[in-house]
Design a protein. Structure first.
Length: 518
């Protein structure tokens, strides 16, 4: 008679076979299908548990109906229609049309943008804009830490709520797992509407733990907005203590390097639409009305183009609490650009931001420069990069020399060597941790946002990027990249990375096999 252990083993492999068939029938990318099948089959019990939490595909679900989308988009559509003499650059018309067709990401002209490259620029500007709010403050943030900076921002929000300003906050449940509930309850007690995104509670929503809202959006009075890669956390102004490795500079306690874009003008309408759709999803309340899409203020004096904002000038003169020396070329006020806010998520048919990256890279004629903290590229993006490099385009990639996740760092190493061998110039940032996500191409188009160049951002997360068209803003973004590149070392100069020992290479290759699942 068969033993109990044999019966249990047979039952397990029957269940495992059923789960593998489920993975195969999902018709996802072959690399991801094979990776999950191997994990499920060769990692008993834990493999199935991991798949239930991180692998179940939700791309076919629809979280917001088309009718609700139309209602939430009504005001932004009116703002789009009211634009006079809107001319799309012929060079990028197909890209703009792609975003309009896939996610109804409308282009808005003459929006003022200001590029910010550290927390000392972003957080004082954010606090000042919050202090000036008169009607509403909307924040959609992956992480808001319960640290001195997070409490400073929360105090500012509470002060506005007490004065009668509407304040709404979306935070990601997984991103804020380390934040105690008391932090958010304090905000709710003061009249702030606070909602977590896809809260993970066992056993419900366990399959959603892999699909996170990674967006970083702020909208104030419908006239000022922020989008980029910074969370609300002290690490962007203080840094974190870490050890040293070969090739790094003496101190690792530098603030995290990241990029945010401050937007004013009608371009804020697209940020507002993205927030209100997320708010409907988490709160099931339709927020709409003219107050959320106010008429744009008169266009600033064109003579200010290329200059700094009054606020940043004050900061440089010492009129601010956060006031270290700013990075050269880092910030710029008075830039005007045609822009689109593009969102992507696992519940839409196509990964819009990834499509935009591929379209820009394949259309490049002179150069493509990319910054990303995590480089685990999907096959379409990696193929586009290698194709551009082989065509004579100057393709440069900038990543941190050390990651905040050793597992992701080791998974990326073989990709970086492969990129180097394909003619892509790979540099490793050495001053703290590079968390910036940006791309600039041919002095004509650039993008910045929350999306990393990895499987998770392009396929699993809810992300938001701003795509900006115009020579002035693109050349300013290019200068940011060049400044960062000056604080880096070439991958080709690190022999232990280019020619690792056998066991190191084997470990890298084994971890790389799991990169589609990260």
């Amino acid at each position: 008679m068969p033993s109990l252990n044999l019966i249990l083993a047979i039952l397990y492999y029957i269940i495992a076979a059923i789960v593998v068939v489920h993975v195969v029938m999902d018709n996802r990318q072959p690399a991801k299908t094979m990776a999950w099948a191997l994990v499920i089959w060769f990692v008993p019990v834990a493999g199935i548990v991991l798949y239930l939490f991180f692998g179940v595909n939700t791309r076919r679900e629809r979280l917001v109906s088309q009718r609700q989308l139309d209602q939430l988009s009504k005001r932004s559509m009116l703002g789009f229609v009211e634009q006079q003499d809107l001319r799309l650059p012929e060079q990028h018309k197909s890209l703009i049309d792609l975003f309009i067709g896939e996610s109804f990401s409308l282009p808005f002209k003459d929006s003022a943008v200001e590029l910010m490259t550290d927390g000392y620029q972003f957080f004082p500007a954010l606090l000042r804009d919050i202090a000036q709010a008169r009607h509403h403050v909307h924040i959609d943030m992956y992480i808001i830490e319960d640290d001195p900076l997070g409490r400073l921002v929360s105090d500012a929000l509470i002060a506005k709520a007490r004065s009668g300003v509407e304040v709404r906050l979306i935070y990601d449940d997984v991103g804020c797992w380390s934040v105690k509930n008391r932090f958010f309850e304090r905000l709710r007690e003061e009249g702030i509407e606070v909602s977590p995104f896809l809260p993970v509670r066992f056993p419900s929503f366990t399959s959603k733990v892999n699909y996170r809202n990674h967006r970083k959006l702020v909208v104030i009075d419908g006239s000022v907005g922020y989008i980029g890669g910074m969370n609300i956390a002290e690490r962007y102004v203080k840094g974190v203590k870490e050890g040293r490795r070969k090739g790094e500079k003496e101190s690792r306690r530098a603030p995290w390097r990241d990029t945010m874009v401050r937007v004013s003008g009608t371009g804020v309408y697209s940020l507002q639409r993205a927030f209100l759709i997320d708010w409907y999803f988490v709160d099931r309340s339709l927020v709409s009305g003219k107050n959320y899409y106010p008429s744009p203020k008169p266009t600033p004096d064109p003579s200010r183009v290329g200059g700094e904002s009054d606020f940043l000038q004050e900061q440089r003169q010492g009129d601010g609490a956060l006031n270290p020396p700013s990075r050269s070329g880092g910030a710029g006020g008075g830039l005007f650009a045609l822009l689109q806010t593009v969102t992507s998520s696992p519940v839409v048919p196509q990964p819009e931001i990834m499509q935009g990256y591929v379209r820009i890279i394949l259309g490049a004629r002179k150069y493509v420069y990319i910054e990303t903290p995590y480089f685990l590229p999907t096959e379409p993006v990696f193929f586009a990069l290698k194709t551009a490099a082989a065509s004579g385009v100057d393709v440069r990639l900038l990543v941190p020399i050390r990651n905040d996740s050793w597992f992701v760092e080791w998974a990326a190493r073989s990709y970086l060597r492969e990129a180097q061998q394909a003619g892509i110039s790979v540099s490793l940032y050495t001053v703290g941790f590079l968390h910036s996500k940006l791309m600039v191409c041919d002095d004509s188009v650039c993008t910045c946002g929350s999306a990393n160049v990895d499987f998770r951002s392009f396929e699993n997360n809810f992300e938001a990027n701003i795509f900006m068209y115009g020579e002035e803003v693109a050349t300013r973004m290019k200068q940011i990249f060049i400044d960062d590149e000056a604080s880096s070392v070439a991958l080709s100069s690190l022999s232990e990375r280019i020619r690792p020992r056998f066991l190191v290479r084997l470990c890298e290759s084994l971890i790389r096999m799991l990169s589609p699942l990260m």
